[in-house]
Design a protein around this ligand. Sequence first.
Ligand code: MG
Length: 165
Amino acid sequence: MRSETFVPFRTGLGFDSHEFEEGKPLYIGGVHIESSFGLKGHSDGDVLLHALTDAILGALAEPDIGELFSDRDERWKSAPSELFLREALKRMRGRGYELINLDCVLIADRPRIAPYKDRIREKLSELTGLPVDRISIKGKRREGFCEVEGIACICTVLLGRTDAG
Ligand code: MG
């Protein structure tokens, strides 16, 4: 097997979904969105940050978000999901990679994603250090995808070796 040194690029794919929970604050991509409902989950339920974290971990073939941050572990109860992303970014940098771009699809009937798209891109830029023109967010309606109402997110990333020249 060739050493990782000779792998200039790695792609990763992340998926997550959470159903709605009345009365919980709603966070998407680290942005608080005014809403009467949030996303059910052990942490803050930020479906986009979970999918992105798993995409980065997946690109590196590291343990996934559920293995690193078990939902049975009290430490992650109501945890801000930025924490999970930070760990994935730390592992990525430690392995000699940097993010090149990321692309996310949010599947939700509500809230409408379009009005928040730019705020989410700016927040992801702040969290990852990527310029906003390398961050793509797309909103799609469920259209039969799932019976239970909530939000799903699919995210892909491309990583490049920091020493690739
Ligand atoms: Mg999740």
